[in-house]
Design a protein around this ligand. Structure first.
Ligand code: 9PG
Length: 482
């Protein structure tokens, strides 16, 4: 059939016209296209996975080393010889516009080659098919997703101070109390403790560096008008944790009955089978516990672990299992707790969380070329990787607060150039999520003033092209950085 002057051959269960395109249905759909080895819009599975345009002229290169694959993108397709992504995808047409296919329910895979764009899903689903300007087709897809998932608009995202990108895991009660005090006079709304407070992955109790317990910090933050925030990785545990030692039967196993290794950092860690009633109960108690400590902003990390391939108690599909666990967490947290999902399957998180990390970690340096180019891994910490993937996920804005990770104002312990720092600051403005990890003590007078002005500013944001924006009166073009 002809769409916008091009001939496409469509195979699908049903096809009906909708505003801006077509609705298809079926578990699998296929669109034959005339564009050959063009550019493919890849949308990776979870927060850290690559999103961006890649060329069909080159075959996909598996990420190295193999042990990293589970935490980089959907490991079920790590060795796929065809280009693919999660939930949605597209191809660049001869006139620069986009052939777009997106599922309206989580659990779908999109694949592309020189002849066709294919969608396949765990379940019967509807698909949106369109040919048009990138921004327009993505906006219409977002609208359809919002309707399907029942998502309404949100008030603006909070301004967050997060401990990770300065102190990393080297945090302590005294350091954090000092930081809270130093934040006075800066208009933050959330003070978020990151990794480093817990006894172990899986054992979510304060370690010896937090002798007064977790409520003490929450109270101090609160007394200064800050919402206390806490980092947790609720779906994973290390082999050395008490959780694992006491409940080895709670963890996800593969077809051979071997434990699924969810990642290799911290000496390796396993994933919970979140469909087990005992695990679900434990998860709800965990969330109630941290709520009881006073935390009202939870950064829930490494969430992909709950949706890894494996044998589950309930037989639920991977994304269904994940979504149900997230729903139970939301129920235990209550609606007054802000949930930021990180390392999270993108489509399966929508409607259940307030904020979503939309790219890999930033770092106080621009690029890690060894890892990105020679190990084929665009998911490692680097400002460039975070910028690229986040820019290709901004279409999610009407569905969730999109967190592109922190911006930097400090020059101390920072290799980013002034222009590179500004790019990350502007990215936060267009994404609508402002966060930093700079301890005020690390900033000189001008840097502190810059941070304050950025936090206070609420310029109008107008997107004028895929990578161009008007921020207040400034024209900002991100494409020169890509
Ligand atoms: C805390 C951090 C921060 C950060 C998160 C997440 O592959 N890895 O080894 C890997 C380690 C850390 C990581 C991502 C991947 O970062 O994105 O903001 O909270 O955990 O450990």
């Amino acid at each position: 059939m002809q769409i916008q002057g091009y001939e496409f051959s469509i195979s699908a269960g049903r096809l009906e016209e909708t505003l801006g395109g077509y609705l298809l249905s079926g578990k699998t759909v296929q669109i034959g296209h005339p564009f050959g080895r063009t550019l493919y819009f890849k949308h990776g599975w979870q927060s850290w996975s690559e999103a961006g345009w890649v060329s069909l002229k080159e075959s996909p290169k598996p990420i190295l080393p193999p042990e990293r694959r589970p935490q980089c993108d959907d490991p079920a397709y790590a060795l796929s010889p065809v280009h693919g992504g999660s939930g949605l995808g597209g191809l660049e047409g001869h006139d620069g516009r986009m052939l777009f296919l997106g599922a309206l329910r989580p659990g779908a895979r999109i694949e592309a080659d020189r002849l066709s764009l294919k969608g396949s899903s765990d379940h019967e689903t509807q698909w949106f098919l369109a040919y048009g300007e990138q921004q327009q087709v993505l906006a219409r897809y977002t609208e359809l997703l919002a309707n399907t998932l029942g998502i309404r608009g949100q008030p603006p995202a909070p301004r967050v101070w997060c401990s990770w990108y300065s102190y990393y895991s080297d945090i302590s009660e005294s350091k954090m109390l000092q930081t809270i005090a130093a934040l006075q006079g800066l208009p933050f709304e959330v003070f978020q403790l990151d990794d480093g407070w817990q006894q172990n992955m899986g054992d979510w109790e304060p370690n010896h560096k937090f002798p007064s317990g977790m409520s003490a910090i929450a109270l101090r933050a609160q007394s200064q008008g800050l919402t206390p925030g806490l980092w947790l990785a609720p779906f994973i545990a290390r082999p050395s944790s008490n959780l694992f030692k006491e409940h080895p039967d709670w963890f996800l196993r593969d077809e051979q009955g071997e434990l699924v290794l969810a990642g290799t950092n911290w000496g390796g860690y396993y994933a919970l089978d979140v469909t087990l009633p005992a695990v679900q109960d434990w998860l709800q108690r965990l969330i109630q516990k941290v709520r009881g400590w006073g935390y009202r902003y939870l950064k829930l990390d490494f969430l992909f672990a709950a949706a890894l391939p494996g044998q589950r108690h309930s037989g639920a599909s991977r994304e269904e299992a994940y979504r149900e666990a997230l729903r139970l967490i939301r129920e235990a947290a209550g609606d007054d707790v802000y949930i930021l999902a990180c390392g999270a399957p993108i489509l399966a998180s929508l409607g259940l969380v307030d904020g979503l990390r939309i790219g890999p970690d930033v770092a106080p340096y621009w690029d890690n070329e060894d890892r990105r180019v020679y190990l084929h891994d665009p998911t490692g910490p680097a400002a460039y990787n975070a910028l690229r993937t986040s820019l290709h996920r901004l279409w999610l804005k009407p569905l969730v607060h999109t967190d592109p990770d922190v911006a930097y104002f400090r020059t101390r312990y920072n290799l980013l150039t002034p222009a590179q720092r500004v790019v990350l600051q502007d990215l936060a403005l267009v994404a609508g999520f402002k966060a930093t990890s700079d301890p005020p003590e690390w900033l000189d007078g001008d840097e502190r003033e810059g941070l304050k002005e950025w936090l206070e500013a609420s310029p109008s944001i107008l997107q004028t092209g895929p990578y161009t924006f008007k921020i207040g009166e400034r024209e900002v073009d991100f494409s020169s950085w890509l």
